[in-house]
Design a protein around this ligand. Structure first.
Ligand SMILES: Cc1ncc(COP(=O)(O)O)c(C=O)c1O
Length: 440
């Protein structure tokens, strides 16, 4: 394939673009339970306008674009305030949760290099339920992940963490909440463990950062997870998830300057000039920064509280409905609108396939096997139709033997039979390599 010799008109391009989208997940119908966070048409239009206004600007240079610097620092200050930060709290905007987590691990690694020179093989202490972005960070940054088991409630086992902590540990991690089961790790105990050894503690609130504070205000029981907990030194919180901003916006926040300095990168001997950059990326899209600022300004505290109330009302109805279906059970005690469920008898992946055939896209969980929901206001009109289909498909899945598994059920079934996880990883990479060919 080559760049076309003669470009097409904007109209032709858009026609082709829209045509290409016809096979995409139809999230607007509420049948997709992950990937997209939507807070209404008016809000989305504002995000687009703010994004477009700063479409060409580049957050790499706060000197050239003081407006972007202002938007970024104001968003960070508002987020830190929401998450119990004090006057010294600071951070950076990043492209998403993964980059925020990469930065948290990078800061801890650099901190250890400066303050713990005896550490030659740095280790990251993280619950098995922590997001794979930590594994990625460990992989990229030459840090060894040390896995903390979780209890029956799917929360990190602090006693096990204590045993696994070593002279090489550079960072202790907890989630608020975790992706798979939506539970909050015992952050107070993990942070105390870290602080007791003079170590930083990162809370991954990519999912909950812009939701849990409002749920607490609404009177829900939310375990302590933010900077109000002594020993929590950094927090990741995604504005492009339950913050409802445009994609490409997350906060990495620090209790104070000390750790953030270790995040920054400078190279002052380059013939191209003195280079200094806060995060992974060089160029930083001005649109995402402006839209994040516009989002917070538009929703305000009241807007977030209203959204949180609506989302939790939907989640409560869904959880109650799922638990009432014979054979299904919810994993643990999810605190918010992210949760998983399993099937007592039968193959839950088969249930996933049957739901897929009816147009419902649910993420798959493993260990234990389950299906996953991330609830947003787009799901408002589909609660009952979803529950009706789920009840019917559950009945079918419990009756049907699994010999004839297809689709993701076959993939998960096959992957579960492979003992060597590096072989399973290699197969996943091979799958992606094949998928990303234009003809695939
Ligand atoms: C708990 C948690 N942390 C981190 C991430 C990574 O975020 P992103 O996909 O924006 O990189 C996710 C994504 O779902 C998440 O659920």
């Amino acid at each position: 394939m080559k760049i076309p010799e003669q470009g097409m008109s904007p109209q032709q391009v858009m026609e082709q673009l829209q045509q290409a989208r016809s096979g995409d997940a139809d999230w607007r119908s509420g049948r997709t339970w992950s990937l997209v966070y939507w807070a209404g048409e008016e809000h989305t239009e504002l995000l687009k306008r703010a994004y477009s206004a700063c479409f060409s600007e580049n957050g790499l240079s706060p000197l050239a674009f003081p407006s972007l610097k202002r938007f970024e620092t104001e968003v960070l200050a508002m987020a830190a305030d929401m998450l119990g930060g004090g006057p010294d709290s600071c951070g950076s905007l990043t492209s998403g949760g993964t980059e925020s987590i990469l930065m948290a691990v990078k800061s801890a690694r650099q901190w250890a290099r400066a303050e713990r020179p005896h550490v030659t093989s740095p280790e990251l202490l993280l619950p098995i339920t922590a997001h794979p972005a930590f594994e990625k960070a460990a992989h990229y940054l030459g840090v060894k992940p040390v896995h903390v088991p979780v209890g029956k409630d799917f929360r990190a086992d602090v006693a096990a963490a204590r045993e696994l902590l070593s002279d090489n540990t550079i960072l202790v991690v907890g989630s608020a909440p975790s992706f798979p089961q939506g539970v909050v790790d015992p952050i107070e105990e993990l942070a105390a463990l870290a602080a007791g050894h003079g170590l930083p503690c990162h809370v991954d609130a990519c999912l909950g950062g812009f939701l849990l504070p409002w749920l607490r205000e609404l009177g829900r029981e939310i375990p302590p997870f933010d900077f109000s907990v002594p020993g929590v030194t950094s927090i990741s919180a995604d504005i492009h998830k339950y913050g409802f901003a445009a994609k490409g916006a997350s906060c990495i926040l620090y209790r104070d300057e000390q750790l953030r300095r270790h995040q920054y990168f400078a190279y002052s001997t380059w013939p191209g000039g003195i280079y200094v950059s806060p995060t992974m990326t060089g160029t930083r899209p001005g649109g995402a920064i402006a839209a994040a600022w516009a989002c917070l300004q538009h929703l305000g505290r009241k807007g977030y509280l209203d959204l949180a109330r609506r989302i939790m009302d939907l989640s409560d109805r869904l959880r109650k409905g799922i638990a009432a279906i014979e054979g299904l059970y919810i994993f643990g005690q999810p605190v918010a609108s992210v949760f998983g469920f399993g099937l007592e008898e039968g193959n839950v992946y088969l249930l996933g396939e049957l739901m897929e055939q009816r147009g419902w896209h649910l993420d798959r969980l493993q260990d234990p096997p389950g299906l996953h929901l991330m609830v947003t206001p787009v799901h408002e009109p589909v609660v009952q139709p979803f529950l009706d289909d789920l009840a019917e498909c559950t009945r079918q899945a419990r009756e049907q033997a699994d010999e004839s598994l297809s689709g993701m059920a076959a993939v998960y079934g096959m992957m579960a039979t492979i003992d060597d996880r590096s072989q399973a990883d290699a197969m996943a990479i091979e799958f992606l390599s094949q998928l990303m060919k234009p003809e695939a």
